[in-house]
Design a protein around this ligand. Structure first.
Ligand code: NAD
Length: 183
């Protein structure tokens, strides 16, 4: 806890991602952050929140938020220690960190393996910690979306059970395949 203005503020960290869709690598990284990152609370910022219905970004920010909440519950991460915030992209990388400081509650440490994200936060003087890779070549949203598009059921093994069920429920596979269609 950090004491400011007489009130206690949790040691809060930030984890940014697109989560298109949330997968087991993301969940292992979040578990690792709570175990090793020295934080009581984690902001999970859903980046590219304005994007949906494209092959790279098939799911809306709201859908990604629902999937993350279900997956966190499935992984026994307390929802009261995670703040999920959708964040639309902006055209100016240089001021992106200041923009996040405006939108988000205060955070003291950033967790990311994305080189651009790491670079931008370090330039602003933030402590940035990179969680280890959890089978990155397999647990990759790009790989998962490609399997979905190809009709390969192997994608189901790469996401939490609740995420696979949610994608079925909203007709996610049909969405991805119809987006890829030609006129
Ligand atoms: P992502 O969903 O690919 O990954 C989220 C995090 O999880 C990353 O740190 C990634 O390295 C980590 N991760 C993924 N798989 C893992 C695995 N198997 N093991 C361990 N860690 C794993 O999201 P991302 O591409 O990193 O998201 C960055 C977001 O920030 C994007 O939405 C991007 O648009 C946004 N952004 C915006 C601006 C701007 O608006 N100017 C600038 C920079 C970044």
């Amino acid at each position: 806890m950090v004491v400011t203005w007489g009130s206690e503020v949790p040691e809060r960290g930030l984890f940014v991602g697109r989560f298109q869709p949330p997968h087991k690598g993301h969940m292992e990284a979040i578990k690792w952050i709570f175990k090793n990152g020295g934080v009581d609370e984690l902001i999970v910022a859903i980046g590219s929140a304005q994007e949906s219905h494209t092959l790279r970004n098939p799911f809306t920010a709201g859908e990604r938020m629902e999937m993350l909440r279900m997956a966190l519950a499935e992984y026994n991460v307390s929802l009261s220690s995670v703040l999920i915030v959708p964040v639309p992209d902006i055209a100016m990388n240089f001021v992106w960190v200041r923009y996040l400081e405006m939108l988000l509650p205060r955070f003291y440490v950033v967790f990311s393996r994305n080189p651009l994200v790491v670079r931008l936060f370090r330039e602003y003087g933030y402590k940035v910690v990179s969680p280890p890779s959890f089978e990155r070549e397999r647990y990759s949203a790009t790989v998962i979306r490609k399997l979905m598009l190809d009709g390969n059921e192997a994608w189901r093994e790469l996401v939490p059970y609740s995420v696979a069920k949610y994608i079925d429920d909203i007709g996610g596979l049909d969405r991805i395949r119809s987006i890829a269609g030609r006129d």
